[in-house]
Design a protein around this ligand. Structure first.
Ligand SMILES: [Cu+2]
Length: 160
């Protein structure tokens, strides 16, 4: 039967597909980025990450910005600031939220205005406990500038 080699090939593909869930997997939900005004230098992106095994977010890249960092908010007396974090711990099964009041992805050196309704592509690199890395491509919806500013602290107006 001339069809048999093709069937074997399909079976092999199915087996490969079944093997994939054994790898560390991280899901991303509710990814969004804050719209910018013309000539604004930076903006933030936010999301919820859930890893299937203990992992960490080690880097983020995006074509919309020259530099992408993960930041955390800091309070020094009454002065709000932010600093870069090298990795975000993602404990197995525990959703970790990046939001405007805490951890966030900072898009710095924007190549153009980030407009409401656009999507910002983000590539997340996640490393599991064995050091294995996976990359995740996420499309973040761009929401208006005033979206969920959180208690009036709109830190995105600060300069880096
Ligand atoms: Cu920041």
């Amino acid at each position: 039967m001339s069809m048999q080699p093709i069937k074997r090939g399909l079976a092999a593909l199915v087996l490969m597909g079944l093997a994939l869930p054994a790898l560390a997997q991280t899901t991303v939900s509710d990814a969004w980025a804050r719209a910018s005004v013309p000539h604004q230098q930076s903006t933030g992106a936010f999301m919820t990450l859930t890893a299937s095994s203990d992992s960490k977010l080690v880097s983020v890249a995006s074509p919309v910005a020259k530099t992408v960092q993960v930041h955390e908010m800091t309070m020094n007396g009454d002065v709000m600031g932010m600093r870069e974090v090298k990795a975000v711990e993602l404990p197995a099964g525990k959703p970790v939220t990046l939001d405007p009041n805490g951890l966030h992805v900072m898009l710095m050196g924007l190549n153009g205005q980030v407009k409401e309704g656009d999507k910002v592509p983000l590539t997340l690199t996640i490393e599991d406990a064995t050091g294995a890395k996976e990359t995740l491509d996420v499309q973040a919806d761009v929401r208006p500038l005033n979206a969920d500013a959180g208690g009036g602290h709109d830190h995105m107006h600060m300069q880096h």
